[in-house]
Design a protein around this ligand. Structure first.
Ligand code: NAD
Length: 267
């Protein structure tokens, strides 16, 4: 998607964090922005701030509810026509040991982080396929590449998202469709979602992450992994004995204790 000017871009979870920042960048580039979010207060605040920059609208949607996604998607298609760019960004983290999760924690995480991007994409992909153009950007996580204590369910949700997202890319290529798919795997970002996390590897700045994601969409990149060194995770897992990998990632880089002081967002 070389040019975002005059393109209609829908961002889920666009009321906060990198979703909101990406929305701002889309408007500055002359695109039309549609925000989907579950948090009404954030929606109103974002709309008040972003509408000054261009054409922005917002809908309250729980993306993990397939019936609601269907209903709101048909409303969006009626009001705005085909969506040119979809950014599946909404996500949550519970942040505790697996044995401390209850069924609702597991269901919410898997539904919002993994199933919801599929529900939303299923609604907007047919329009893109019919016009043979479009772009879908799926915000996964470096937690989808590396295992980590106190985020087992989150990691599972993002590993699944990566597998789905990149398979979708291959399907569009196999069907010769001009629809780009970008899978994004950022390390911790300083948005508040992972408040309390301590890391030797620097925590990413939200503004920089948002800029890089928009650039990746414009350049039709397949994967955007931040920092770049996270690409080496899979190589390391394949090359080295797992105990050596654990020692390096867990002890030397301190990765396996980054969640020790996790607080997250206070809901
Ligand atoms: P954030 O909490 O600031 O934003 C998430 C947004 O999703 C919020 O506006 C929230 O209201 C919305 N949301 C949550 N559940 C929803 C639902 N059911 N329906 C609709 N909207 C819903 O978080 P962020 O840091 O900007 O994260 C954005 C994405 O980036 C997430 O998918 C997250 O997993 C991913 N990510 C974040 C980090 C990080 O460290 N913050 C790192 C890697 C990946």
């Amino acid at each position: 998607m070389k040019e975002l000017k005059d393109k209609t871009v829908l961002i889920t979870g666009g009321g906060s964090g990198i979703g909101k920042l990406m929305g701002e960048l889309i408007l500055r580039k002359g695109g039309q922005l549609i925000i989907w979010d579950i948090n009404e207060v954030n929606i109103e605040q974002s709309l008040a701030e972003l509408s000054i920059l261009g054409e922005a609208s917002a809908y309250k949607v729980d993306v993990s509810n397939p019936a609601e996604v269907k209903e709101k998607a048909s409303l969006v298609l009626q009001e705005h026509g085909v969506i040119d760019v979809l950014i599946n960004n909404a996500g949550i983290i519970v942040g505790k040991y697996f044995h401390e999760h209850n069924t609702s924690d597991i269901q919410r995480t898997m539904n919002i982080n993994t199933a919801a991007p599929m529900y939303v994409t299923a609604e907007f992909l047919p329009g893109m396929m019919a016009q043979n153009s479009g772009h879908i950007c799926n915000i996964a996580s470096s937690a989808g590449l590396v295992s980590n204590p106190k985020m087992s369910v989150y990691a599972a949700s993002k590993w699944a998202m990566i597998g789905w997202s990149d398979s979708l890319r291959l399907e569009m290529e196999q069907l010769d469709k001009n629809i780009g798919i970008t899978t994004v795997n950022p390390f911790y970002i300083d948005t508040g979602m992972f408040a309390g996390v301590r890391s030797k590897v620097p925590i990413l700045k939200p503004e920089k992450v948002a800029r890089k994601i928009i650039k990746a969409i414009e350049q039709d990149r397949i994967f955007l992994t931040m920092p770049w060194s996270m690409h080496l995770v899979r190589l390391g897992q394949g090359l080295f004995p797992i105990r050596f990998f654990d020692w390096f990632v867990g002890k030397v880089l301190g990765m396996y204790s980054t969640m020790d002081h996790f607080k997250g967002r206070k809901e």
